[in-house]
Design a binder for this molecule. Structure first.
Ligand SMILES: Nc1nc2c(ncn2[C@@H]2O[C@H](COP(=O)(O)OP(=O)(O)OP(=O)(O)O)[C@@H](O)[C@H]2O)c(=O)[nH]1
Ligand SMILES: [Mg+2]
Length: 225
């Protein structure tokens, strides 16, 4: 057999992308819709997961991969739900501030994918680095809390540009802040006009129905594709 093209993996992002594509294939074969859940430390990613698992109903079976530099604290919070949870700690592998496709693949391969239809991968809390790394997800999602300030989409554009959906979280706190949610939304749209922008409070439950309905629509679209 002759080949007219030799593929050269030139950098770490290239190498990561190859493994990410493999992850996407593995997940597609199993019919699993995967979400890369990103956001600053404390923006409410795990709280949103808790709310989602409480409200998603029993037709969609979820699984979770939890990414943290260290500790299993977030996984422990999710143990009350009857869903498979796999923890990745990056500290033994250099303490990266983001998940890479390799580690995600190891976690994915340790799960019984036939038991789930939806996989949340909570990335390490960080508004910058995780946006650079494809991990094989079908949707990149940002949980951004109003306490972070309305100018952040302009200062940290890559994360906002990459995400298909932005959940503006902690809206229950708006009354205590000098943050205009419409201005924040405009800033998100300036950076990424195509992103779905939803508002919610994972604490009070306001806006959760709209989020669940968006999520179910996206899962159905994926299944039909
Ligand atoms: N008032 C209010 N507090 C919230 C809301 N969502 C999350 N919190 C609180 O914010 C804090 C951080 O929430 P987490 O869910 O741990 O945040 P995280 O993004 O998972 O944090 P890391 O995994 O460490 O990056 C907790 O004390 C939550 O109870 C919300 O909608 N409103
Ligand atoms: Mg968390």
């Amino acid at each position: 057999m002759t080949r007219d093209k030799i593929e050269i993996i030139t950098d770490v992002l290239d190498a990561n992308r190859v493994v990410a594509e493999e992850n996407r294939r593995i997940l597609k074969q199993a019919g699993v819709f995967a979400i890369n859940l990103m956001g600053s430390p404390g923006s409410g990613k795990t709280r949103v997961l808790e709310r989602t698992l409480e409200n998603i109903g029993n037709k969609i079976r979820a699984g979770i991969i939890q990414g943290d530099i260290t500790t299993t604290l977030d996984s422990e919070r999710l143990m009350k739900f009857e869903v498979p949870v796999v923890q990745i700690n990056t500290e033994p592998f250099g303490g990266d501030c983001h998940l890479g496709a390799n580690l995600v693949q190891r976690a994915v391969k340790s799960m019984d994918l036939s038991q789930i239809g939806l996989l949340f991968i909570e990335n390490v809390g960080n508004l910058v680095c995780p946006a650079e790394f494809d991990i094989g997800e079908n949707l990149k999602m940002l949980v951004f809390s109003v306490t972070e300030g309305e100018e952040k989409p302009l200062k940290y554009p890559l994360m906002f540009r990459e995400c298909g959906v932005v959940l503006i979280n902690k809206i229950d706190l708006l009354k205590h802040l000098n943050v205009k949610i419409d201005h924040l939304t405009q800033n998100i749209r300036r950076i990424n006009p195509g992103a779905e922008v939803l508002r919610l409070s994972a604490e009070t439950g306001e806006g959760v129905d709209e989020w669940i309905s968006f999520l179910k629509d996206r899962i159905n679209l994926y299944r039909a594709s």
